[in-house]
Design a protein around this ligand. Structure first.
Ligand SMILES: CC(C)(COP(=O)(O)OP(=O)(O)OC[C@H]1O[C@@H](n2cnc3c(N)ncnc32)[C@H](O)[C@@H]1OP(=O)(O)O)[C@@H](O)C(=O)NCCC(=O)NCCS
Length: 157
């Protein structure tokens, strides 16, 4: 099941991120992201278990070719749950949400992350630029790729 995250999910998200990616995410910053109206944090669950999560990020300024706007801000799926469409469902939910607010979605990735590049292809992301840094995201040990996808016109809030 895919649903918007609530503050109560923050601890489980932090635990998943640590277990799967060895990344420390402060529970407080996750809890703040969950209630930030300019962001969407979504979780994938199976029963009580959190099996994946993803977020968006909003930049209100542009950094060279990296425009102001809504960015897909990372997606993680627990290892046993991979290749079952969980990341695709988390991405579809975020693209829907961004599509209600903007005419484009942005995304940056380390060019070495072929799984992520392949995952996002389905939404028509097109490469805009390559650099070692976009906004505050720095890419070490590989080049960063900036992607943009145009979104269909619809009623927007
Ligand atoms: C990348 C990641 C999120 C994919 O999650 P997932 O739930 O397994 O992805 P899905 O099952 O939704 O895959 C959808 C499509 O993405 C592509 N894809 C996903 N994993 C892939 C892999 N390891 N290699 C190549 N393509 C891959 C495929 O096109 C796939 O479709 P298919 O299974 O029909 O071939 C997951 O491997 C992960 O959490 N990796 C670690 C964190 C990370 O790198 N996140 C992305 C950058 S922020």
């Amino acid at each position: 099941m895919i649903r918007a995250a609530g503050p109560a999910d923050a601890a489980a998200v932090a635990a998943l991120e640590w277990r799967v990616r060895s990344t420390r995410m402060p529970v407080e910053s996750l809890a703040a992201a969950v209630v930030d109206p300019e962001r969407l944090v979504v979780v994938a669950t199976s029963g009580e278990e959190l099996v994946g999560w993803a977020k968006t990020h909003y930049w209100d300024w542009s950094d060279g070719p990296a425009g102001a706007g809504h960015y897909l801000g990372g997606v993680t799926v627990d290892t046993p749950w991979r290749r079952r469409g969980v990341a695709a469902a988390l991405t579809e939910a975020r693209m829907e949400w961004i599509g209600e607010r903007a005419d484009a979605a942005w995304y940056v990735v380390n060019g070495r992350n072929l799984a992520s590049v392949a995952l996002h292809r389905a939404w028509g992301f097109e490469e805009v630029a390559r650099a070692s840094r976009f906004h505050t995201v720095e890419f070490t040990g590989g080049v960063g790729i900036l992607f943009r996808a145009a979104l269909p016109r619809r009623t927007r809030s």
